[in-house]
Structures are given as C-alpha cells and as structure tokens.
Design a protein around this ligand. Structure first.
Ligand code: 16G
Ligand code: MG
Length: 551
C-alpha cells in the first residue's frame, strides 16, 4: 500500500507547467475560466486534483471538461464533474483554488500534501478519470497539460475527445452506474444519441411530424453533436444546422449562439436570410449546454423564447401528464429559478406550481430541484433540465395504471425520464423536449410565446476594480455591500412602473452585472443604465469605465 504522493514525478512534471506569477486563479461557478493562453498550469493541476478526488471517492470516475462555453474563442476553462455526473462538491472548489495558486512546484506539493491530510485521502485507492474538450484552438495544448497531471498521479484516464459538456456529464454517470440497477445508459457517445433519439421517437409516435427546425450551433462543438443526433432522429425530426464552422478562426460564439441571442435579444445576423416568418429556430452555446428558441412573426418581428419560457412550457406539460396518469397526489412538480427569471414568468408559474428562487449557478439550481419529486430548473439564459427523484422513478416503474389513458401518460413520463439529461442542462436534450411538447400541444412558436408576455428587461455590466466588494443576500436580489447602495437602487426602482432591478458580482468575469425590468422597454433600458451608473459611481476607481452602452 503506497500512502505518499509521488513527489518526484509531480515535481518534474510540474516544472514543465509553471504557474504564471501575475495570475490568481479562482475556481468559480464555471470552474476555472480565463484566457486559454494562461491556463496551462491550472490544467496540469486539475489533472492531479481529479485523480485525488477519484481516490477520495474510492476510485469512482471523475469527469474533466475543457471548455469556456459561450465565452469568446481565446478564452478557455476547465471544470470537474463528480461521479453522479453533477458539479464538483463545493468544498473542493476551495481546494482547487488553493492548489492552482501555489506559486512553485514545491509549494504545489505542500498544498497537495495538506489536501491529502485534511480530506483524509487514501492514496492507495485507484484513480479514474474521463475527459473531453470543446472545439477551441487552445484545447489540444491544455488537454496535454491535463494529461501530464494524470500521469503525475498514475491515474487511469479515458479520453472522450471533442464532445459537448452534457455528453461528458452523461459519460461520467454511465461509467459510474454501469452494471448496477441504476445503470444510466451505455457509456459511449452512440449510447447518448441512441438514448435521446429512442425516447424522442416514443414520445412523438402518432403525432404529426414537426416542420424542420433551424439550429444555430454557435460554430462550436454542438455542430458535431447535432449532426450525429440528426442521423439518429431520421425523419422523425429534421434539424437544419447553421453556424457549423468549427475550424474557422474567430467564428466560435461570434454574433451567434445562445448567449448572443439572449443578451442582445436579436436574431443572429447569419440567420436573417435563412429564417422565414413563423419558422422555429434555436441557438446552442459554445459547449451545447444552453438553449434559446425564437421565431419571426408575420411582420418579421423577432420573438425570443428563453429559459423561462422553456420552463413554463415543460412544467405545464409534465403537470398535465402526472394528472392524466392519476399520480397527482403522489408526484409533486416544482420549479426552480434565479433572480434573472422574468417577473412575468415567475408570476405565471407561481399561479400553478411551487416556485423557488436560488442564487445563480447550476449547482444551486440543481440542488434545489433535487428536493422536489420532479424538479424543473431553468436559468433565463437557457441552461436547465428536469430532475426526477429516485422514489419518483421507482413509483413510475411500479405503477399499475387502470385506464389506457393513464397507461399512455405513464409511458410518456417514463420516456421523458430517458429523454431529459439527469446530470446537467443539455441543449440537445432540452431541444428534443421542447419539440415533444410542441408536437403534443400542436403549438407554433407564437402560441408557445403567448403563455405569458415577457416584461421588457435589460442586462448591463460594469467593470469595477474589485467585484468582491459587492455582496448579496436573498438569492442575489439585494446587495448588502457596498453599504447604502441597495437603498439608492431601491429609490430608483420605485420611480419605474413594474420596476425591478438587482446587482450582483459575476462568478465568471471580473465585472458586476446589472439586471432591470419594467413595464415599458424604454423604462427597462433607462433603469438598467441608471443602476449601472450608481454602481460605477460607488465602485469608482481608475480601472472602471462608466457604462455607455449595454452588453
Ligand atoms: C455559468 C453557469 C451558469 C450561470 C453563469 C453565470 C454552469 C454550468 N454555468 O455559465 O449557470 O448562469 O455562469 O455567469 O454552472 P455570471 O456569474 O458571470 O453571471
Ligand atoms: Mg455553456
């Protein structure tokens, strides 16, 4: 039984991946994320951390995803995935931050030794990891730094190649449940496409085939996955793939993708000659874990169907199925949102279901959703999924329906548990989910959009010298620091009809974000601008820039 770290090996490999002295890394909401060219040492160290996390969990497989999602192409990032396919446990975020900031190879070894002690890691256990990357040009170099980290710990690693973030999460869960009664599926990309397409086909059997759907792939890894999925779907749904230039320099997320559409509230210019009035389209983000739908009306006006609209559509559908199945008393459906949810969506959902508001970030939403029998969680930005608890899955499996209608509804619910990615938000799985509901309800984009009318809203961001001086409470809806700023914001809000606004530090960028909504578009814009102005005046500093425009 070896019970000490292979310090010599770590030292020699670490010397090949020195930490840049001027950079402070922070493992945040989306793992480590910054300019790809500065991440080499962080990736090497994440390789070691993944191995240690696996040892800590008795050799269960840990996932590592190299991506910077919707960020500009020069950025990159890395995040760890826990054995059930979920985000890394919060306590280890701190460990990852500490280890990534050790300045020298010997400091690194010291930090690792202290982690082994405090976390009581048995080094004699095996280490297993599976990893993937998106299409960014900095990906291959960063992956080889990561592989050096695995080598330093003699971890057994599996390279899943270029894959979407949700596929990597899927693989992690499949590998760790293989051969058990909780087996999640075949641990291969093919297994993923088969699982999604098979359940989709069951759910739309007997329904009229939907007209083709335009999919903006953000010139990212989603293009590869959507192409595969398209083949598995055959003629049950035709995906028309756009923005699939994954090797064109600078194309990734550039004027396209889910984040572009959500933030600018505009059609990607590349689709203006493609999308016909009334036709449905959707955008994925750079790692295909976010989804935004939209359409042009008869007058050519753009309408966006964001994560809130997806939540409303899907939650109502599931509630109906549960009712028809005769399981209303036994299966409770609930919704989880963040402060970014449009006020109109919250009102719509609250009239029908329990709704909870949590801080931004998938881990908060996911954990809150786990507390319901069926937890629907979506961020307005298009990231989300629906979780079915294990007792609910068991109930569905055992249930004896007494009418053909009940039996059909239960079959549909079971197929939904297969279609919907249970590990993390998944743009392709969510897209098929939306298509299922639209097919069942015979809804056009316009009918879906009319479930409720969005309040006009605006996002702004302000660069500040230190975003950590901004602290929030009440699920980020109120500032507690800097002192006095919330009172000034409240005074502003009161001057706008239907006004709501909040300020929070970003977890992924060195900025403070401002959200505002109001009854009228001009008022929402003005409120956002004024609150941003307050933030600027408060934070001040030479490094800050007074906001002149939004984004
Ligand atoms: C990340 C989060 C997303 C969150 C966003 C907030 C994951 C997988 N994604 O993209 O949930 O909405 O960060 O970014 O956790 P912000 O803190 O910069 O506003
Ligand atoms: Mg993403």
């Amino acid at each position: 039984m070896t019970s000490s770290l292979p310090t010599k090996l770590i030292q020699s490999l670490s010397d090949l991946h020195p930490k840049p002295s001027h950079i402070h890394f922070q493992y945040g909401t989306a793992g480590f994320r910054t300019l790809g060219s500065t991440l080499d040492s962080a990736l090497f160290r994440v390789g070691i951390i993944a191995a240690l996390r696996s040892k800590k969990l008795d050799g269960r497989t840990i996932g590592v995803m190299v991506t910077a999602s919707h960020n500009p192409e020069p950025d990159n990032g890395v995040k760890l995935v826990d054995p059930r396919g979920e985000m890394l446990e919060a306590a280890w975020e701190g460990h990852a931050t500490t280890i990534s900031n050790a300045s020298t190879s010997s400091d690194l070894i010291e930090a690792l030794e202290s982690l082994v002690q405090t976390a009581k890691i048995d080094l004699s256990k095996p280490a297993n990891v599976v990893y993937a990357r998106d299409t960014r040009p900095s990906g291959p170099g960063l992956v080889s730094a990561l592989e050096d980290g695995f080598k330093a710990m003699s971890a057994t690693s599996r390279n899943a190649g270029v894959a979407t973030t949700p596929i990597l999460h899927y693989l992690v869960k499949c590998i760790n449940t293989k051969g058990t009664k909780y087996s999640y599926g075949d641990d291969s990309e093919e297994g993923y496409y088969r699982k999604l397409s098979t359940s989709y086909k069951k759910l739309v059997a007997g329904k009229a085939v939907q007209p083709p759907l335009i999919v903006d792939c953000a010139n990212g890894v989603g293009a590869l996955a959507a192409e595969q999925l398209n083949e598995y779907l055959g003629d049950t749904l035709q995906l028309v793939l756009e923005n699939t230039s994954i090797t064109t320099p600078g194309a990734l997320n550039n004027a396209c993708g889910a984040d572009y559409v959500k933030v600018s509230q505009k059609l990607p210019p590349s689709l203006s000659s493609v999308l016909k009035p009334g036709q449905r389209a959707c955008s994925l983000d750079g790692d295909a874990d976010r989804l935004i739908y939209y359409y042009l009306d008869d007058r050519g006006v753009f309408h966006m169907l964001d994560g809130d609209k997806i939540a409303a559509l899907v939650a109502a559908f599931i509630v109906d199925l549960v009712k028809v199945a005769g399981l209303e008393d036994q299966i409770k459906v609930g919704v989880v949102q963040t402060a970014y949810a449009n006020g109109a969506s919250t009102r719509y959902l609250q009239e029908r279901l329990p709704v909870k508001c949590v801080p931004t970030g998938v881990k908060h939403l996911h954990h809150a959703a786990e507390r319901y029998n069926v937890g629907v969680y979506f961020e307005a930005n298009g990231h989300g999924t629906v979780l079915f608890s294990q007792p609910t899955l068991d109930k569905l499996a055992e249930y004896q329906p007494s009418t053909p209608a009940q039996s059909r509804a239960v079959e549909h619910l079971v197929s939904l548990t297969e279609l919907i990615n249970q590990t993390v938000g998944d743009a392709l799985s969510d897209m098929l989910l939306v298509e299922v509901v639209l097919a069942h309800k015979s809804y056009s984009g316009e009918e879906w959009n009319s479930l409720y009318v969005d309040l006009p809203n605006r996002l702004a961001k302000v660069s500040v010298p230190d975003r950590n001086t901004f602290r929030t409470e009440d699920a980020e809806r109120r500032l507690v620091s800097p002192p006095g700023l919330q009172t000034k914001i409240d005074e502003l809000i009161n001057r706008y009809q239907g006004g709501r606004s909040f300020v929070r530090p970003s977890g992924t960028e060195d900025v403070v974000r401002v959200y505002a909504e109001a009854a009228l578009r001009t008022q929402a814009d003005e409120l956002a601008m004024r609150v941003a102005g307050l933030v600027y005046d408060e934070a001040g500093g030479e490094a800050a820039s007074r906001p002149k425009e939004f984004l």
